[in-house]
Write a protein that binds this ligand. Sequence first.
Ligand code: HEC
Length: 194
Amino acid sequence: MGRFALGLIIGFILAPLAFVGWFHWGHPPVAVADAPLPLERRLTHVALDARIAREAPAAAPMAADESNLVAGAEIYREQCAACHGFHSQPSSFGAHMFPAAPPLWEKHAHGDVVGVSDDPVGETYWKVANGIRLTGMPSFKDVLSDNQMWQVSLLLSVADKPLPPAALALLRSQLPTPPSAPPVNAGPRKQPSR
Ligand code: HEC
């Protein structure tokens, strides 16, 4: 009986207290550069893959023709490039997120896959529409129309193929800085001297 009570105390009181204590006084990973928790990546990916397998549409409702790819490139440039990079120009901060935003116009180290060109288009559409929780990947279903989400997903699915020149030109052009924007790295504003 004594042992049983001891087990209860350890299991129901001490273990949760130790867990809470670790959050307060230990060093749980909260900075981007901290090491991931054990199995963190594997566990989140298993859950994400299972959900996508159940819900992702099997085929796109439109063709990857020139007008859809050019429209997709316009959307990509406005909504995605800051994190995932422009064509031949990596994002300045995408690699410094946790998890990092993968560059979607770079060839994988092995093979000819570019970005997510090896993923079914329905999987990319699912990720664009729903986002990926606890990562910087936003959900775009209230930002873009269904057509637009398909157009940008189709574009990414053919990232390893030659693109229409108009689409490529858009993907290579950084967004212009609005004339009223203050210069980047201007530092804190000085108080006017009296
Ligand atoms: C604020 C930054 C940010 C923006 C903006 C953003 N993403 Fe992402 N995206 C991420 C991050 C971070 C991940 C990695 C998530 C992970 O590791 O699970 C990601 C993952 C993805 C993936 C999965 C990549 C893979 O290897 O499986 C796709 C596809 C994707 N994003 C497409 C897009 C598209 C299309 C847009 C624009 C409509 C977009 N993203 C906008 C941050 C962003």
